[in-house]
Design a protein. Structure first.
Length: 534
């Protein structure tokens, strides 16, 4: 990591002088901690003399990086207020310029060039840490345990640096001994010198600083759903002075975060993962002052003439002058025998590094004919022994982009089975095989089933609140329905509840593309400003 000049730049003397009014000098003795893993609201340090070594506080202690004079500490968690994933320790007598997290946020807001340099380094460092698989928070649990899988999925969706060991892994017994625990106490989460046995996602969110206390708070704009549309709205809303809160029940990115590679998004010719896109959007939103709370599930919204009241599953309530619903859609289940039995034991709706870990050197099935299915097949082919892409139609490029369908057909360990469907799943502790019907019939090995078919809008909680079509997609910009009770014409993205807007995949007539969702989220803020000025 040390040789990565993007992640570890050296500040010029002029840049250090820009930072001096925001901070204060401090001295640390050899071995003294600047911060420890698990610390919250830890500071940003510029090394003036000496050096600081970055390593885990608990577990493997090999150094991750060493910051010398002119270099600086931290990654995106300094900006977000989350607990530090690793610790920093003085190496020799070390003098630093120390800035609080709030001071650093002010630097990023005011000093465009220097702030951009710091943020670019932070984003790259987080990428390096996430790729390492050997740093940060530690998760102990079985790969077949649904609770362990839920924890790992939550951490992955929220880009939390973490390691994962099974109870049988080497050195795991010494960890149990250190804390006086046994394998029966898994799933176990260890952060710094603290441990948590089978924490709920709400507890984990609070521990990691991604879940906020929003009870009875009032905001100018509350966004429900942190997919591309919601993130774009958070960036534009916060940057234009609206007190903005972004809520999501699982993590930023929506369906886009499950994509292993987006190659047709303008401005990124080399492509980027959905997770990277979501992370960059989240950092932008937080840079401008938007708040985010995860997990936060909205179960009801009261539509009032003076604003909306959001009710959360936790019992919290939030007042909002305006609401944007950007809850997206969810891939549909396969209605075949055995599917429900293995939904947490080998059935997946995403193809990211987390899922590929479960299917390394194995035979997997991908169901679907859209770009998401094609991207999943390409990604999984890098680690799986064999990938079978099951397509109900007679042609692959009918609903898949030409560049992607061509690539799929060129990869030797991907078999494309046209005019074929999955008719059932079989297995024991996990899925082991699948029955096919159609042009290709019979039973084939299946160590993992990846489903990318259809889309059901996540709008059930609004069924009695706003007008929807028969499939549950939200109707916007329509004054002809019986539910619109205002003399003015609704704005283009406004629902049948005045002051409540919808954008992205959950909306009737939306184009199911990342770029269009980003555009709708941005556009919605313009209409929200107009509504708030009425």
């Amino acid at each position: 990591m040390v040789n990565d000049t993007v992640a570890f730049p050296t500040l010029t003397e002029e840049e250090i002088q820009i930072l001096r009014p925001y901070g204060a000098e401090a001295t640390f003795h050899d071995g003294e901690s600047l911060w420890n893993a698990g610390d919250v609201d830890f500071c940003f340090f510029v090394i003036l003399s000496g050096s600081a070594v970055i390593r885990n506080t608990f577990g493997p202690t090999e150094q991750i990086a060493v910051h010398g004079p002119g270099q600086f500490s931290g990654d995106v968690d300094v900006m977000s207020g989350r607990p530090a994933p690793v610790g920093g320790y003085a190496q020799g007598e070390t003098k630093v310029l120390q800035l609080s997290a709030e001071d650093l946020r002010e630097v990023v807001r005011v000093e465009q060039n220097l702030g951009g340099k710091i943020l670019t380094a932070f984003v790259r460092r987080r990428e390096l840490l996430l790729d390492s698989n050997s740093h940060g928070l530690l998760v102990l649990g079985s790969p077949l345990d649904p609770a362990t899988t839920a924890i790992r999925t939550f951490l992955g969706r929220n880009r939390v640096v973490h390691r994962w060991n099974t109870p049988e892994d080497e050195h795991t017994s010494s960890i149990f001994t250190a804390f006086g625990l046994t394998p029966a106490d898994t799933p176990l989460v260890i952060l710094g010198d603290r441990y948590f046995i089978n924490p709920s996602l709400e507890e984990l969110g609070t521990l990691l600083g991604v879940r906020r206390d929003t009870d009875k708070h009032q905001y100018d704009l509350v966004i429900v759903g942190a997919g591309p549309a919601g993130l774009a709205a958070a960036v534009y809303g916060a940057s234009e002075g609206l007190q903005t809160l972004l809520l999501d029940r699982s993590g930023p990115g929506g369906q886009a975060s499950w994509s292993s590679r987006i190659e047709n998004y303008m401005g990124f010719p080399e492509g980027l993962t959905g997770s990277d896109l979501a992370a960059r959007g989240l950092i932008q939103a937080q840079k401008f002052g938007a708040e985010i709370s995860v997990p936060a599930e909205v179960i009801k919204i009261e539509c009032n003439s003076h604003g909306q009241v959001l009710h959360l599953a936790s019992g919290e309530t939030i007042d909002a002058r305006a609401v944007l619903v950007a809850t997206g859609a969810t891939y549909q289940k396969l209605r075949v025998p055995g599917f429900d039995d293995f939904e947490t034991r080998g059935v997946f709706y995403a193809a990211t590094r987390l899922e590929s870990d479960f299917c390394k050197d194995s035979e997997v099935i991908v169901v679907g004919a859209g770009n998401s299915a094609g991207q999943a097949a390409v990604f999984l082919s890098q680690t799986a022994k064999r990938v079978r892409l099951i397509v109900r139609g007679d042609q692959l490029n009918k609903s898949m982009s030409d560049y992607l369908s061509y690539r799929v057909e060129q990869i030797p360990n991907i078999d494309v089975l046209l005019e074929t469907e999955v008719a059932g799943l079989q297995g024991d502790t996990k899925v082991r095989s699948a029955t096919l019907t159609g042009k290709k019939e019979g039973s084939i090995p299946c160590d993992g089933l990846f489903v990318f078919v259809g889309a059901t809008p996540n709008t059930g909680f609004l069924r009695d609140t706003v007008a929807q079509d028969r499939k549950g997609f939200i109707i916007t910009g329509d004054a002809t329905g019986s539910q619109w009770h205002s003399e003015r014409i609704p704005f283009y993205l406004e629902t049948s509840c005045p002051g409540m807007f919808a954008a992205g995949d959950c909306r009737v007539g939306s184009v199911k593309r990342v770029a269009s969702s980003v555009g709708e989220g941005s556009m919605a803020v313009t209409f929200i400003h107009r509504f708030l000025s009425l």
